[in-house]
Write a protein that binds this ligand. Structure first.
Ligand code: S3P
Ligand code: PEP
Length: 452
């Protein structure tokens, strides 16, 4: 992974010794491309955890291979899970997961990188294993919220020793004294992953799991629905309270399964948005007929912003620019927000993105990062506690920082497509979820006809 900028914190401009500046390709005519994006990070890491906790082997076709999933594969291997990779003729990877007869009890060391799905989803697995595990990650990972899921595991009998700030990485968890409790209540306002993490391990916890979200907002609710739907599809006995804020999972075995991971529809976003930004056309292959991914919302979002969107019988979702990019008022964009905000800076009218305060705890403080970087290309951006108001202005070239955040990097690429002379810091940071990004982007750009 890139190591050039030591901090992902937009509050203090990071040191840039050795920073690589990627000249973002610019087009003056529309792109006309059909793109195959890699598999979903969120689905891959859910299936991997569940496969490790299953009672028999599983086969996961079209597994995403990226930094976040390599970290998950590494973590599972540390617990004794057997992992076999099979490279397929079409370039995809199938992973066969052989659950450990007994999960390792350690002491183990787990590297989380900057992956929320690893730092949040693996501690409950360690609890199921009754293991002693030291967790750590990238410098910015030490700033990401962790306390609610760790408080829940402590309520279930684990003890946790924090080496730095309380409630943050790095810490060592000893789950040898795990026990069942009637109900766990957690604050999910700073990340949905706390809820998902407990749900994914719920069937294997002693007595199962009864979980409630504490009063207050629930971050990224679509990702919790993805978790619930995944569990239901795999046969886990889960019920959701009528108000949608409580979950019950019966203890029991989960049988091994065979699945094919959908393309990552969030990562499809910058490509689809490129159709509007260049006034061209972009298709994404294998777009699912229905999905639990938040990226499924691109269809409505981009239509509302002015695109023509068509899902063909060939499975390709095609987005065509119509020469207009309208601003949008949109709530709960979750991980779509960086791409969406970049597109809003290219629009002809203002936008307001709300319900995204928890993005301050993502790979970087994304509200601050977007405020900084969009202002550089000419937009007037006002970040509140949980929203971004974006008023487009005359566009200008700039060097855009990526803060070690894959989605800030792809948002920068989108801006560069429309604005000549943009450079993006460390485009390789896209390897977190899409190592192929620079090549896929170049291939898409090459379809634009030469101007004049
Ligand atoms: O469960 C998941 O796979 C994710 C949940 C969301 O996290 P937050 O709830 O922290 O936003 C999302 O932003 C992240 O990219 C992936
Ligand atoms: C917030 C994100 O990732 P993570 O899974 O690390 O939380 C993201 O991919 O936008």
């Amino acid at each position: 992974m890139n190591s050039a900028s030591a901090s992902g914190n937009p509050q203090s401009d990071p040191p840039h010794a050795g920073t690589h500046w990627w000249p973002a390709p610019h087009v003056s005519t529309g792109v006309d491309a059909i793109v195959s994006v890699p598999a979903s990070k969120s689905l891959t890491n859910r299936y991997l955890i569940l496969a490790a906790l299953a009672s028999s082997p599983s086969t996961i076709h079209n597994t995403l291979i990226s930094r976040d999933t390599e970290l998950m594969l590494g973590a599972l291997a540390s617990f004794g899970t057997g992992i076999k990779r099979i490279e397929q003729a079409d370039g995809s990877t199938t992973v066969q997961v052989h659950p450990a007869a007994e999960l390792a009890t350690g002491p183990l060391g787990i590297e989380c990188g900057l992956a929320g799905t690893v730092m949040r989803f693996v501690p409950p697995l360690a609890a199921v294993a009754r293991a002693t595990v030291a967790f750590d990650g990238d410098p910015h990972a030490r700033l990401r919220p962790m306390a609610p899921v760790l408080d829940a595991l402590q309520a279930l009998g684990a003890t946790i020793d924090f080496a730095g700030d309380p409630g943050k990485l790095p810490f060592t968890m000893d789950a040898s004294g795990l026990e069942s409790v009637d109900q766990v209540v957690i604050d999910a306002s700073s990340s949905s992953q706390f809820i998902s993490a407990l749900l994914l391990a719920g069937h294997a916890l002693p007595g199962g799991l009864a979980l409630r979200a504490a009063d207050g907002p629930i971050a990224s609710p679509d990702h919790i629905m993805m978790t619930v739907q995944t569990l239901l599809e795999l046969g886990v006995d889960i019920t959701v309270d009528e108000d949608g804020r409580g979950w019950r999972i019966a203890p029991g075995e989960l049988a091994g399964f065979t699945v094919t991971v959908e393309p990552d529809l969030s990562n499809a976003g910058p490509f689809l948005a490129a159709a509007l930004a260049s006034n061209g056309s972009v298709g994404i292959r294998f777009w699912p007929a229905s999905t639990t991914q938040v990226g499924g919302k691109w269809v409505q979002i981009l239509s509302q912003m002015g695109a023509e969107v068509h899902h063909g019988d060939d499975g390709v979702l095609r987005v065509r620019g119509t020469g207009v990019i309208r601003g949008i008022d949109y709530a709960d964009a979750s991980e779509l927000a960086p791409t969406l905000a970049a597109l809003c800076a290219l629009a002809s009218s203002p936008s307001n993105l709300t319900g995204i305060g928890h993005l301050r705890g993502h790979e970087t403080d994304r509200l601050a990062a977007l405020e900084n970087e969009l202002a550089k290309v000419g937009a007037n951006v006002v970040a509140t506690g949980d929203s971004l108001a974006i008023t487009p202005g005359p566009l200008q070239a700039a060097d855009l920082h990526s803060y070690e955040d894959h989605r800030m990097a792809t948002a920068g690429a989108l801006l560069g497509l429309a604005i000549e002379g943009v450079r993006v810091e460390n485009i390789a940071t896209t390897a977190k979820t899409m190592p192929q990004f620079p090549q896929l982007w170049a291939d898409m750009v090459s379809t634009a006809k030469a101007a004049g």
